[in-house]
Structures are given as C-alpha cells and as structure tokens.
Ligand binder design. Sequence first.
Ligand SMILES: [Fe+2]
Length: 305
Amino acid sequence: MRHEPQSPYYSELGRLSFSPGWARPEPSMWPLPKPKFRPAVWRYAAAKAALDQSGELVPAEQTERRNLIMVNPIEGNTYATTRHLVGAYQCVLPGETARTHRHSAAALRLVLEAKPGTYTVVDGARVDMAPGDVVLTPSWSWHGHVNEANQTGYWIDFLDIPFVQLSEAMFFEQYPAGGLEPIKTYGPSPFRIPSGEALGSGRDAKTVEVAKDIMPTIGMHLMRQPKGGRVNVAKTTTNNLYAVVSGKARFTAEGGMTETLGPGDVIAVPCWHSHSIEAPEDTVVFRVSDEPLLTKLGLVRSAAH
Ligand SMILES: [Fe+2]
C-alpha cells in the first residue's frame, strides 16, 4: 500500500512525533565530513577601531560585554566562530572592571595590548596580563577583569560556548557580591602562560602545546616559524582558530582562501580543510582548537586515515 506525503498516514506519524526513516528530507549520515563552517578572517585593526567607538554604547555595569564576537559568515549562524568554539575581541578601558562571574563554558584569552595594572582575578588569584600572555579561566572558575593602567587593554577571548550550548550543560553565575572577587593570592599562576617563555629563546621552527589537560575541551599550541618557514596541515576533523602573536603569517586554506595576517588577526579553518601557514617574516602563531574534545570522543581523523 502506498501513502502519499500528505496522506493521513504521514500526518499521523507527524502528530506522534515520528519521522519515517525511509522518507527523510535529508540524510542523517554521509561518507565524509561536509563542514558548514568555512574559512574566515577577522582583523584586529578593524575590531580595535570599532571597540574604541563603543564607548557609551556599553553600560558601565556591563563592561564584561565590551567585546566583538567573530561570527562565522555562514547562513543562519549568529554566534559561533567554528563548530565548537567562539572567538571575540574584548577591551577593558582604563579604570573599568568587568564583574566577577563564572560559567560552565571554559575560556582563555590571548592578550594583545595591556599595560601593567591590567589583570584578571581567577578564583581569588591575581593573574597579571601582558601582551603575548595566554590567560586561562577553566570551567566554573570565578573570573573578573581589572584595568588600573592608564591605557585600554585588548585581548582575544576564546571559549567553548557553542559546544556547551549544544550539550545544554550551560550554567552561569554572577559573583554573589555583584562586583569583583577579592584578591587572596599573588604571584606566578598556572593560569598565565607567557608565550615567549613557553617557546623559549631562538628563531627555529617550534611548536609547543601549552596548558595541556587544564581545559578538557580546548587545545592550545604556540607555533614559531622563522622567515621562509612553512607548515602544511592535513585535512582533519579538528576545527582550528589561529591568531598571530607576532610577525606575519600567510594562510592558504582549501577552497581558495589566501590571506596574510598580522599581530592580533584571526583566521578560522574549520574541520576538513587542508591548509598551510607560511612565514614571510619571523612569526609566532597561536592555535586554538577543539582537538582535546574530539580526541576524548574518538572523533579525530585525517583524510589519510
Ligand atoms: Fe567569563
């Protein structure tokens, strides 16, 4: 017996919240990854200019929202930069504080510009911020930002919010007192990784993973290349974000994109896009990825697998 799509039979299936597996509008599986996200670039100079003009648009009590989110320009997307991660440029003006809060999403930031007196308070520890630093706030750690310097601090936030939204395990809480958590400890912190120290001296090509195992969802690698260097990255299921820490780096991503990035610029290279990174001058690049997450799930694969 045949049933036409508009037949009472199919209407009844819909009413019962069933979808017939033999007549699905789209397949639920496919032979190879077909990422919806695409390579895209965001420029620090443009973000900085726009943030500098945000002034009165951001109420004083919402300083923590003085940021510009890098929205991957694919249809229907309003937030994520790659499938599991989001990046944003943020600034804190002199004298401002961003109120202490915590969330189940994990976060880190790459500091672009900050003068002494710019710091994050992470679980009661003062973590100073200097250009090139990576500052971590793992899931559910209290954190707030302070700028006691006389110049605006700028950094790039990276968070796993798109993944946490997908999992629906989202929690967020403001610090009970509503302001900034008091500082209890000072000094070196495992949540501050100065990129120069992590890479050590020298100009040779070098890649180091930093803060390994501190945040289960986000992987961080610092990559140094001398002038003339080149790295080829095979097609894998890992979703990558790259930010240039110093120098210039030229990215070529499968699909035809070639872009030269300078300090503070960011490129998203989603899953299943082979790409290369060339160094027209000495450069340090920071790679932020969902590799630890996918590794735990057994989902890291390369085209050569
Ligand atoms: Fe936060």
